[in-house]
Design a protein around this ligand. Structure first.
Ligand code: GDP
Length: 492
């Protein structure tokens, strides 16, 4: 595939930005060992075995010493720093040599471990480029691994996810995908579908003759199986997305209900501005809290009240936007400043099937504890007549019952986790491709049911195969690929 892309030898820093004890520069491509050798004093890298590490020096050889390169006695193990001209020496390094095909990119590769200074890294890259390498683009190493058939597209994407994983749950899901999770599930079914398609194409080849190689009943059964699998994968995305991107939680309530105080209590840090003046939380503040390895992204919203204040208006609009994308809504009220009608109409406005609403009766310390009163009963009856415990009495100020809120939040994830699928879809692109595949499968079923023509059936089957193939990258255009790999960091 696209071998022209692979002709250059590329190099980049593989370690994080900034200073570190050690930094690693990676080189990949046909000429990587040859280029590394041109900048290296130590053992002759072109003669060493694969997967070995060598001590030596990165040097910028002067024209004079390059010309005499053959005569220089540098290719022995006991090279020592005094033997190198000071103006040629860049750093003392360890160089690892990996020969194709058993490398990450399936190409010859070299890794140079240098003293982790960004300045040294820059000098080494410069000398590599002078000797024929070029700087890698974002994601180019992984793209080569994909192009050379080492990994499929879903696995390549899982590498980006793994690098970006910030908690246990997202690390595990990415690792499972790297092992081929989603691709395996899909490719088995796709293979079976491909068989049917081949039989059908054979039927078409026979033209006028009335033969049926592709058993329609068996095909229908297979389509049902695929549909079922696709549905369970699609369903798992809600959990996968929560794991990967965290769950957005909006905290809402009237000004002074205690939203900022609650956020601080949840985060145990004084982040949001707490004030007695109504409407002071003007900007939307977002903070992340990890509960049992899952990320919850809290949005402290400006008070949801109609206001003439221009700056506050912007805050309110933003808050409404945030609630629209939130998965959990924490609604705060207190009995001194809220009526049941007010709370009920607020909640009714934002109620959604996929929005978990947790009502918080705040400032219970002013009443010496929580007792369900008339206000709560009215709210409960109007909003959640069948469910108990939908209102939690809290004191944000004293951090009382904050743990109960955290437990409720955890339940949200646990309920989502209860999915039938072994593989969890976390990637938006996969999610879209799965949905498209499902529509394509449904079209195939409709075509069979309407018995229109084998040509149309073959067409719809090919369409379904393409859609299924998009996940692992068997059918993906260059634009999509460019988009996926450009999101990687340089050096990956
Ligand atoms: P926001 O406008 O909803 O963000 O409200 P704030 O968090 O700024 O709180 C408004 C006022 O209510 C502050 O004076 C808080 O100290 C006070 N407050 C918040 N929570 C409680 C609580 O649980 N008990 C009491 N007594 N006061 C609270």
């Amino acid at each position: 595939m696209n071998n022209h892309l692979n002709q250059d030898t590329i190099c980049a820093i593989a370690t994080a930005n900034g200073i570190g004890a050690i930094g690693i520069i990676r080189i990949s491509g046909e000429k990587s060992i040859e280029i590394a050798q041109k900048c290296f004093k130590g053992e002759d890298l072109t003669k060493v075995s694969s997967h070995t590490v060598h001590y030596g020096f990165i040097v910028e050889k002067s024209q004079e010493s390059s010309a005499k390169n053959e005569d220089l006695d540098i290719n022995h193990l006991s090279i020592n720093i005094e033997e190198i001209k000071p103006d040629e020496l860049i750093d003392e390094v360890m160089v690892a040599v990996y020969k194709a095909p058993k490398t990450f990119t399936a190409e010859d590769s070299v890794e140079i471990s240098y003293h982790g200074s960004p300045h040294i890294a820059k000098k080494i890259l410069e000398v590599l480029v002078k000797n024929g390498a070029r700087l890698a683009k974002a994601g180019e190493f992984t793209m080569r691994a994909f192009m050379n058939g080492r990994i499929d597209l879903a696995q390549a994407e899982s590498i980006a996810d793994l690098i970006a994983s910030e908690n246990e749950a997202s690390r595990k899901v990415a690792l499972n995908q790297l092992k081929g999770g989603i691709s395996n599930e899909i490719s088995l079914l796709r293979g079976e579908l491909l068989n049917f398609t081949s039989f059908l194409e054979l039927e078409l080849d026979f033209g006028e003759e009335d033969v049926e190689f592709a058993d329609r009943t068996a095909l229908n059964a297979l389509l049902d199986k695929i549909e079922h699998k696709l549905n369970s994968l699609i369903e798992s995305f809600q959990y996968g997305n929560a794991v990967k991107n965290g769950v957005e939680v909006a905290i809402i309530g009237k000004p002074n209900a205690g939203k900022s105080t609650l956020l601080n209590a949840l985060l145990k840090e004084e982040r949001a501005i707490v004030s007695d003046i109504a409407g002071t939380t003007r900007d939307t503040i977002e903070e992340v809290l990890h509960i049992k390895g899952n990320a919850f992204r809290f949005i402290d919203t400006a008070g949801l009240r109609e206001t003439a204040d221009e700056i506050e208006k912007i805050g309110v609009a933003k808050a409404k936007e945030k609630i629209a994308s939130a998965k959990i809504l924490l609604y705060l009220y207190d009995e001194f400043d809220s009526s049941a009608a007010e709370v009920i109409s607020f909640i009714k406005e934002f109620e959604r099937k996929d929005l978990k609403i947790i009502l918080l009766h705040n400032k219970i310390d002013l009443n010496g504890g929580y007792f369900e009163n008339e206000l709560d009963t009215k709210i409960k009856n109007a909003l959640f007549p069948d469910v108990t415990n939908t209102i939690i009495g809290i004191s944000a100020k004293n951090a009382e019952s904050v743990e109960a809120i955290k437990t409720e939040l955890s339940h949200y994830i646990e309920d989502l986790k209860d999915t039938e699928s072994n593989v969890i879809v976390t990637n938006q692109r996969h999610y879209e491709a799965l949905k498209n595949s499902l529509s394509a499968i449904n079209l195939v079923k409709e075509t069979i049911a309407s018995q229109i023509s084998s040509e149309l059936l073959a067409f719809e089957l090919r369409n379904a195969l393409e859609n299924l193939g998009e996940i692992s990258g068997e059918f993906t255009n260059d634009e999509v690929l460019g988009n996926i790999f450009s999101k990687f960091c340089i050096g990956k």
